[in-house]
Design a protein around this ligand. Sequence first.
Ligand SMILES: N[C@@H](CCC(=O)N[C@@H](CS)C(=O)NCC(=O)O)C(=O)O
Length: 307
Amino acid sequence: MTDLILHHYPESPFSEKVRAIFGAKGLAWRSLQVSMVMPRPATIALTGGYRRIPVLQVGADVYCDTALIAEYLDGKGSGPSLFPASQLLAVQTLARWVDTELFWAAVTLRFMPENMGNFFADPATAQAFAEDRANFAQGAQVRRPAVDEAKARYARFLAEMEAQLGDGRACLFGADVSVADFAVYHMLWFIHAGGGMADWLAAHTRVSGWMDRMRRFSEHPGEAISADDALATAHAADPLPVEQVSDIPAFPPGTEVNVAPVDYGVMPSHGTLLRCDTQTIVIRREHAMTGAVNVHFPRHGFGVTRY
Ligand SMILES: N[C@@H](CCC(=O)N[C@@H](CS)C(=O)NCC(=O)O)C(=O)O
């Protein structure tokens, strides 16, 4: 049985990125479907506060943020690396831009009335979502563009992507998929899930063909697992050993810290710092529901403060 447990929900674009990476890397996975709104008791017991979705749990190790999850899965699955050394800077820079700047344009576009499709089952769900995301937005430092600006940003991006694929390449940076393909894929998946902007995609034939190929990667659903079983899995496992080191002189390993995203969804996770370097931040936590767990974050986009 696979030990990869994804905490996610179907409508979540960042979860779709990971679902597609599972397919591309030939990895079986287990699906812990969480609510689209809080509370999510099992997931929060594991992360210690971080509430963005998705989260990848592997035994008693918890990986937050798809940038880190993609790196972790790259080392586990088969096929060429999603991080090709000769294109690394371009691949990573595009992925980071898409996951932030294009994401906020995508949110504006997805929630235009004519592009919402059946995102909300009923008015009560819409109301609960609005209230939940108002809480989520507290302390955020991001700017969501207006519709005209979001449309212009997306139109320009589609035109540039169509040009990039113009030499007939299968993927954004050549013959093989990279993490940039998955970042762009989940964003376009989100924008076009409502169906109201289908003509935008149809007008870009190379992007449309690429999108059809990318969609196939997420045709491999995970096997369902309950929250109780996911917690029991954490309890039964020991966190992986971590070489303890910190590049923040004021916070040596062993310091009680908070770790939180620097942009939005800034609810912190509390724990004992094990590692902080240019790649990752790792904290150790103890919780009655989980036992000891290590929670891993990417360094890029996250901050460490004293608890
Ligand atoms: N940079 C994060 C972004 C994650 C993110 O924004 N996830 C959205 C869902 S797709 C979220 O957490 N929304 C609030 C929520 O679901 O509670 C990542 O790559 O994982």
